[in-house]
Design a protein around this ligand. Structure first.
Ligand SMILES: Nc1ncnc2c1ncn2[C@@H]1O[C@H](COP(=O)(O)OP(=O)(O)OP(=O)(O)O)[C@@H](O)[C@H]1O
Length: 300
């Protein structure tokens, strides 16, 4: 466990964020969002990021894509600042964002057809790459389907394949599986773990699901309330790709419980300081009892 987010293995760094500060301009003035974020993700590593709603997780991912300007600090991908127009990063959102009028294969080929800087691959190469990725995400044979003919979970697998088609140096995932049912979600987590393991892509996944963070991450970084910074990082051991056994094992439950406690202690500190602001220091020392948490849940 460490407070600065540093990889333990000597993996070559792919993503490096140093002292990142950022704000948004709003009608009521500047809104500080990132408050000195430091992180490093090496080749083949997965960093999972958890934190309270609105703490700046999506903004952090945007800064990795070059879509959010920093006030201070730096972000680099393989030593260079991210370029919003490049295919250096692949991005997977909560909702699949496939073109409905195109086949699955054409959707996956989309990024490859746009690729200009490293040479546009031939039609045959694009097709072969799309089929390779379909196999990797367990959708062999579905290449001619339209997205509407697939379930939400299958569409999200196509989305994943599309994001990986250009061989991005980093894959960024923002709550990618939150719109599907529990069993589909667990299956997708395993598919993602296998796919990242096979390709060795560096990845950052933002999630509200602590079990998902521990299942997928080599490390889990816990962010503070907004303006967000990383307050603690938990190492997760366990062979890759992670299996269904790992997904429901005691080790994952134990690490999840520690991550949960860290998130909860941050939440309690935030509630106490809110009380101090609204009622003064005496009230802050004797906060009202909080609702009991559901037994057995590790989700915030
Ligand atoms: N374009 C914007 N303009 C102004 N404020 C913004 C903008 N985008 C986000 N914010 C605010 O910045 C803060 C951080 O937003 P962000 O989406 O990064 O948080 P988050 O941790 O990803 O939240 P969640 O977990 O709820 O998705 C929030 O208070 C949000 O309302």
């Amino acid at each position: 466990m460490n407070t600065l987010d540093e990889p333990t293995a000597a993996a070559e760094p792919v993503i490096e964020v140093r002292g990142a500060h950022a704000h948004y301009r709003t009608a009521s003035g500047p809104l500080p969002v990132l408050d000195g974020v430091d992180l490093t993700v090496g080749r083949g590593e997965v960093l999972a990021v958890v934190g309270p709603s609105g703490c700046g997780k999506t903004t952090l991912l945007k800064s990795l894509q070059g879509l959010a300007a920093l006030d201070r600090g730096s972000v680099t991908l393989q030593g260079r600042p991210p370029d919003a127009g490049s295919t250096d990063t692949g991005y997977v959102f909560q909702q699949p964002s496939l073109f409905p009028w195109w086949s699955v294969r054409k959707n996956i080929e989309f990024g490859l057809r746009l690729r200009a800087h490293s040479g546009r691959p031939s039609a045959a190469r694009r097709r072969a790459r799309a089929d390779e990725l379909l196999e990797l995400v367990g959708l062999t044979g579905f290449h001619d389907f339209r997205p509407a003919a697939l379930s939400g979970g299958m569409q999200q697998r196509v989305n994943l394949a599309r994001a990986l088609a250009t061989d991005p140096v980093a894959l960024l995932l923002d709550e990618p599986f939150s719109a599907v049912d529990t069993l589909t979600r667990e299956r997708l987590q395993r598919v993602l773990s296998e796919t990242l393991h096979a390709l060795g892509t560096a990845a950052v996944i933002v999630t509200h699901d602590i079990h998902e963070a521990v299942f997928l991450g080599d490390r889990v970084a816990v962010m503070s309330e907004r303006p967000g910074r990383i307050v603690e990082t938990f190492e997760v051991d366990g062979k890759r790709p992670r299996t269904g056994e790992f997904q429901h094992g005691e080790y994952l439950a134990a690490v999840s419980a520690r991550v949960y406690q860290r998130l909860r202690s941050g939440d309690e500190r935030a509630s106490a300081s809110e009380l101090a602001t609204t009622r003064g220091p005496v009230a802050a020392r004797s906060p009202e009892p909080r609702l009991p948490l559901r037994k057995g849940t590790a989700d915030a």
